[in-house]
Ligand binder design. Structure first.
Ligand SMILES: [Zn+2]
Length: 43
């Protein structure tokens, strides 16, 4: 799953070569990870 870096809109169809955000037209995306939270205990 990808998300637009500008408006955080989800990009559903990533299969296209020239992907573009339907919301703002941005071409900057980042991968969305299911578990982003990670706690590091410094003990
Ligand atoms: Zn966007």
């Amino acid at each position: 799953m990808f998300r637009c870096a500008l408006c955080k809109e989800r990009i559903k169809d990533i299969s296209t070569v020239g992907i573009q955000c339907e919301n703002c037209g941005s071409r900057v995306f980042y991968k969305e990870r299911p578990n982003v939270k990670k706690e590091l205990k410094a003990r």
